[in-house]
Ligand binder design. Structure first.
Ligand SMILES: [Zn+2]
Length: 69
């Protein structure tokens, strides 16, 4: 199973659930998501619910909507 992140051809190693749907991600993209979650947390509680998934060319792009901009 390939990583479902857009433009990624790596082998998926983890399954993450966003909005009740499971997505396969490689280790690289998983750690990227965790880092952006940590950055976004800034003292408050961070959770996977903060992420939004955007479909793009049959793959996905995951991002955290910014509150400041
Ligand atoms: Zn990936």
């Amino acid at each position: 199973m390939r990583c479902e992140y857009v433009n990624c051809e790596r082998e998926a190693e983890v399954i993450v659930v966003f909005d009740g749907r499971a997505y396969h991600l490689c280790r690289y993209h998983m750690s990227r998501l965790i880092r952006s979650l940590e950055k976004n947390a800034k003292g408050r509680t961070a959770s996977l619910q903060d992420f939004r998934v955007k479909k793009e060319r049959g793959k996905i792009r995951v991002y955290i909507p910014s509150e400041s901009s």
